[in-house]
Design a protein around this ligand. Structure first.
Ligand SMILES: Cc1cc2nc3c(=O)[nH]c(=O)nc-3n(C[C@H](O)[C@H](O)[C@H](O)COP(=O)(O)OP(=O)(O)OC[C@H]3O[C@@H](n4cnc5c(N)ncnc54)[C@H](O)[C@@H]3O)c2cc1C
Length: 436
């Protein structure tokens, strides 16, 4: 049998005729992972049906990367992922990683643009990614059942260990399959369809679900001064403290909102904060508004301050803080130090000066909660990796596979979550089609 015809066949003796049957696979969820899984399974010869609860597939893909879809990243390693699956990422990416993903999309006709390692479609339109996936599913004859919500997967009692899984839908009855790939996503951005129903299905199959929390999201803080600085974007180093212990530190563009802190550096550790808050640990972020780098090494230490106090001693404190960082921040820090804008710089006591200097380097804000799943880009938690094989097959119910965000793995910002969707979708899709 040729490679193109790697249809998995089971032969039945029907009288004197031999009947050839293609392996029948259901994919639950037509997101990034589900579409990749469907395409790979169909390429391996399977007859594939995708069940999608929305009226169209790939809704979330359209909103990724601010509409440009940062679909992967050239820098890829286990350190970019959290969750019980993070340790397996590198081995799995050897089977289908960044190189295979670029080749896959190029083969579908999409040119790729590399922006400092962050990969986008050259069209800079997320719709391109979805379009080429849709065209490929059409070419391969994949059946797509939109507006169809799956509620359950059952194994027929009389069935052998593998095969004969029944997919139960909300209002379109049920159908039997040889294998089922659960790619329902997590709980983030439920307006795009991922409302957590996949976790309920996995739980009914006997799987443990690692608690699910919002990730890649903003943090809401207790302090009441945020309205004063809302809208400010600035370079900062942020350190996350859990119960007084520094657990991670990230530098990047901080965005201040009327309720707290946002921006990429906040997103990167928001899932760590989310789990800490869930355990009711004290969660604090230290903000250094004058982070050190090669260019400003002498612009933030004692020499800088001593000289400034000396040279600008006749100025008002409003004038004194002007030019250090964004002025709104300077004025806020004055207020927090109990210094009036009209006070003379030369008249301040050394302790007042030190207090102000410290706030520029280490403003502590107390996190009350993360933003909700509606505003989160991904959810952390999900199906425990300890209960899936290296082919992403359930150890509880053979024939059931998992792909994408439904699994307990989440990446940092920068194309890592979509890469996980492509890689896990490809691995699960191929394995489901080849499994006999
Ligand atoms: C605003 C935003 C921007 C993002 N930007 C990026 C980015 O630039 N780069 C990046 O790497 N990641 C980004 N992400 C994250 C990334 O989009 C997701 O991690 C990824 O799409 C997850 O793919 P998935 O297929 O596992 O799940 P989803 O894309 O959520 O797809 C799951 C699908 O399953 C369907 N479904 C759910 N339950 C059922 C059911 N019971 N029956 C039938 N169908 C069901 C849903 O309707 C949905 O279509 C972004 C996310 C958001 C919200």
């Amino acid at each position: 049998m040729g490679e193109a015809l790697r249809t998995v066949m089971s032969w039945q003796n029907a009288g004197k005729d031999l009947v050839c049957m293609r392996r029948k696979i259901a994919v639950i969820g037509g997101g990034a992972a589900g579409m990749m899984a469907a395409i790979q399974a169909a390429c391996a010869g399977a007859h594939v049906t995708v069940y999608e609860k929305n009226d169209r597939v790939g809704k979330k893909i359209l909103s990724t990367g601010n509409g440009k879809c940062n679909f992967s990243n050239e820098v890829m390693n286990a350190g970019c992922y959290y969750g019980s699956g993070s340790a397996c990422v590198e081995e799995l990416y050897q089977r289908f990683g960044v190189g295979e993903t670029k080749a896959f999309f190029r083969k579908l006709g999409m040119r790729v643009r590399d922006r400092n390692g962050y990969l986008y479609p050259a069209s800079e339109q997320a719709a391109t990614v979805l379009d080429v996936l849709r065209y490929e599913t059409e070419r391969l004859g994949i059946r797509i059942d939109t507006g169809c919500s799956v509620t359950d997967i059952r194994r027929k009692k009389e069935a052998s260990e593998k095969g004969f899984l029944t997919v139960i839908t909300k209002d379109r009855g049920e159908e039997r399959y040889d294998a089922v790939i659960l790619a329902c996503g997590g709980k983030a951005a439920p307006r795009t369809g991922s409302d957590g129903s996949g976790f309920a299905i996995a739980k009914k199959l006997g799987h443990r679900i690692v608690p699910v929390v919002p990730a890649l999201t903003a943090l809401r803080c207790e302090e009441n001064y945020f309205k004063q600085v809302a809208g400010v974007r600035c370079d900062a180093r942020l350190t996350l403290y859990i119960d007084e212990r520094a657990v991670c530190s990230v530098r990047g563009e901080l965005q201040l909102t009327d309720y707290g802190i946002s921006g990429i550096p906040v997103f990167q550790f928001s899932r760590v904060a989310a789990y800490a808050l869930q355990k009711q640990n004290r969660t604090v972020v230290g903000i250094d508004f004058m982070p050190e780098d090669e260019d400003n090494r002498f612009d933030n230490g004692p020499a800088f301050w001593n000289e400034r106090w000396k040279r600008q001693k006749s100025q008002s404190m409003e004038q004194f803080v002007t030019g250090i960082v964004n002025k709104k921040i300077g004025l806020l820090l004055l207020k927090l130090s109990g210094i009036k804008e009209t006070d003379r710089a030369g008249g301040l006591s050394p302790s007042r000066r030190k207090k102000l200097e410290k706030l520029f380097r280490d403003l502590m804000v107390t996190v009350r909660e993360t933003n909700s799943f509606e505003q989160a880009q991904v959810s952390a938690g999900g199906v425990d990796f300890g209960e899936v094989t290296d082919k992403l097959e359930s150890v509880k119910v053979p024939g059931v596979f998992f792909a994408g965000e439904i699994l307990d793995i989440d990446g940092i910002c920068g194309g890592y979550n979509l890469q996980w969707a492509w890689s896990s979708g490809a691995v699960a899709g191929r394995a489901a089609a080849e499994d006999i």
